[in-house]
Design a protein around this ligand. Structure first.
Ligand code: ADP
Length: 488
C-alpha cells in the first residue's frame, strides 16, 4: 500500500509537540509492515540542510503554485528519515517558510499551509506517484481531502486515492476569515452558514478535513468519544457527530529507538527494569544541574509541557500553595503563555531548593527529566493522547494525571486499598478539574512513594506495559483499508 504522510512537524527536523514524534515514527513502522511511505513536511528555515543531508530534487525542479492570485515558486528537497529507508520530502517556498517559527501569527498563516497542501499534491503529480491513501494530520493539511475531491479531481492520478484525517488536537482548528476561500480557490458555493467549510462566519481548515476525508481518527479512544460532546468538541462536535460512524481512536505509540532508558543517548546513566540503579544516579545528576540537593526520601516530581491552558496550569496555580507545602521537589521544563511562565519563574526564585525551572525548549533535558524524576505530573484539562505519560511509564517515572483522553486510556490508577497482588496500577489519576483534586492526586503519590515495595510495584507495572508503535501501526493499516473501500 502506498501512503503519503502529510505533517507540519517531524522529529528530528521540526517539533513543537507530539505530532512531531508521531510523524517521525509511525511512517517507519508502516514501512516495516510493508507499506511504501513518503512523508511530506514544509522546509522551514530552521531545518539545517547540511546537517540533515537534504538534496534538492532536480527532477521536480521549480513548481509554480498560485496562492491568493500570486504565483509562488515551490521546490522540493529530499532525504530519508534517520535510521530508515522512508523518504521524506520537504516542500520549500522561501516566501512562506523562511520565518523564525514553525507556526506564526502572521496575517498570511492560512496561505502558508494552503501552499504546503497544494505543494504536496503537485509534487505527487510531478513524480506521478498515486498514493492509495493521503494521511493528513491536523488543520494544516485539512484542505487536502477537499482539494483531492474537488480542485484536483480532473487528474485521473488521484481517482483511487483515499484520504485519512487525524485530529491530534481539536483545540487548534485553522480558523480564518472568508478571504481564505479565495486564497485557496475553494468553490464559493461550499461556503454558507453551517456548510462544509464554514465555521462561525469564517472558514475552518479542521472542519474541512472532518467533512471531506474518507475516514477520520483521533489519537485515543476516550478522546474520540470526548470530541463528540459540546464540552470537548470545541464547537466542531456537530460536524463530528455527522461523521461519527467514520471516526476511530488509535493511541499513539512510543518510538523505542528514541525513548528507552536502556539506550537513551541523552542519559548519563542507562537503566532497566532489572537494574534501576542508573535511575537514582540520573536523579542526582538532574538535581545537581539545578543546584538542588539530593535526598532519597524526598520525591522529585517532573513536568515537561507546553505552558498553555489545555495542560492544566490554571488548576496547578490554584493548588500551588498546598503543593509547595508537600515534602517533594519539582523540576519543570516548558514554555508558552506569559502568565504561566511568570508563575514558574516566581516559584523558582522563592523556593530555589525545592523547584528547578527551565523556561524554553530543550529536548535533552526532557529526556533527563523523564529519567531522573520519581513522578511526572500531567493535570490536563483535555489531552488527545499525551506522550509524556507513556514515556514516563517506560522510564519507571510514575505518572500523576487527570483522567481525560489518552491519559485515561494509558494510566491505570493505583488502588491503595488492595495494592498487594494488583498488577494493573501504573500511576495516580484524578477526575475533577480542580486544584483540590490535583493536590489530592499528588498527595496520594507522595504518600505511596514512602512505601518502598509498593512504589517499586507501581514502577514495574508501568515499565512492563507495551505502547510500542507496532500495535498502533497495524490499526492504521486497517484504517487505510477502510478508507480505500469508502473511496471506491
Ligand atoms: P502536545 O503535543 O499537546 O504538546 P504530547 O504529550 O503529545 O503533548 O507531546 C509533547 C511532546 O513535546 C513530548 O515529546 C515532550 O517531551 C515534548 N515537549 C513539550 N515541551 C517541551 C519542552 N519545553 N522542551 C522539550 N520537549 C518538550
Amino acid at each position: 500500500m502506498k501512503i503519503a504522510f502529510v505533517s507540519t512537524e517531524c522529529v528530528p527536523y521540526a517539533k513543537t509537540g507530539g505530532l512531531a514524534d508521531v510523524a517521525g515514527s509511525l511512517p517507519v513502522e508502516l514501512q516495516n509492515l510493508g507499506c511504501e511511505v513518503k512523508v511530506f513536511i514544509p522546509k522551514y528555515f530552521l531545518i539545517d540542510e547540511m546537517k540533515h543531508e537534504l538534496h534538492y530534487n532536480w527532477d521536480i525542479g521549480e513548481m509554480p503554485i498560485r496562492i491568493n492570485g500570486q504565483i509562488r515558486s515551490v521546490h522540493v528537497h529530499q532525504s530519508k528519515l534517520p535510521g530508515s529507508n522512508v523518504e521524506i520530502d520537504f516542500i520549500d517556498c522561501p516566501y512562506y517558510f523562511h520565518r523564525n517559527r514553525i507556526y506564526t501569527d502572521d496575517p498570511d498563516e492560512d496561505e502558508r499551509f494552503i501552499l504546503f497542501s497544494k505543494g504536496v499534491i503537485e509534487t505527487l503529480q510531478r513524480i506521478q506517484w498515486a498514493p492509495d491513501v493521503i494521511h493528513c494530520n491536523d488543520w494544516q493539511s485539512g484542505l487536502i481531502p477537499l482539494f483531492i475531491k474537488d480542485n484536483y479531481n480532473w487528474d485521473k492520478l488521484f481517482d483511487k486515492t483515499a484520504t485519512v484525517f487525524t485530529i491530534h488536537n481539536i483545540g487548534y482548528q485553522g480558523r480564518f476569515s472568508k478571504s481564505a476561500l479565495l486564497s485557496a480557490e475553494i468553490r464559493g458555493d461550499l461556503f454558507y452558514p453551517g456548510g462544509p467549510v464554514e465555521f462561525e462566519g469564517g472558514i475552518s481548515f479542521m472542519k474541512t478535513g472532518i467533512v471531506f476525508s474518507d475516514i477520520l481518527n483521533t489519537v485515543s479512544n476516550t478522546y474520540a468519544h470526548e470530541i463528540l460532546t459540546p464540552e470537548l468538541g470545541a464547537g466542531l462536535h456537530i460536524a463530528l457527530q455527522q461523521r461519527k460512524d467514520d471516526l476511530y481512536g488509535i493511541l499513539n505509540g512510543v518510538d523505542h529507538r528514541i525513548w528507552n532508558p536502556e539506550t537513551d543517548k541523552h542519559l548519563p546513566f542507562k537503566y532497566s527494569q532489572g537494574d534501576m540503579s542508573g535511575k537514582i544516579k540520573n536523579k542526582n545528576f538532574l538535581l545537581e544541574r539545578f543546584g538542588m540537593s539530593f535526598d532519597e526520601k524526598i520525591p522529585l516530581i517532573g513536568i515537561v509541557s507546553r505552558m498553555v491552558l489545555q495542560k492544566g496550569f490554571d488548576i496547578f496555580a490554584d493548588a500551588l500553595g498546598d503543593l509547595m507545602r508537600l515534602s517533594a521537589q519539582w523540576i519543570i521544563l516548558g514554555n508558552g503563555e506569559d502568565k504561566y511562565e511568570h508563575m514558574f519563574r516566581m516559584i523558582s526564585q522563592k523556593l530555589p531548593h525545592k523547584t528547578g525551572v527551565y523556561l524554553g525548549y530543550n529536548n535533552e533535558l526532557s529526556h533527563l527529566i523523564e529519567a531522573g524524576a520519581d513522578m511526572f505530573l500531567m493535570p490536563s484539562r483535555y489531552e488527545p493522547c499525551g506522550l509524556n505519560q507513556i514515556y514516563s511509564l517506560k522510564y519507571g517515572t510514575v505518572p500523576i494525571v487527570r483522567k481525560t483522553g489518552g491519559l485515561a486510556d494509558t494510566v491505570h490508577d493505583w488502588d491503595e486499598l488492595h495494592h498487594y497482588g494488583l498488577d494493573t496500577g501504573t500511576g495516580f489519576s484524578f477526575n475533577d478539574y480542580s486544584g483540590y483534586a490535583l493536590y489530592k492526586g499528588v498527595e496520594r503519590a507522595v504518600n505511596c512513594f514512602h512505601v518502598k515495595d509498593v512504589w517499586k510495584k507501581i514502577q514495574k507495572n508501568g515499565m512492563r506495559r507495551d505502547y510500542s508503535w507496532k500495535n498502533s501501526a497495524e490499526k492504521y493499516m486497517e484504517l487505510y483499508k477502510m478508507a480505500k473501500e469508502k473511496r471506491r
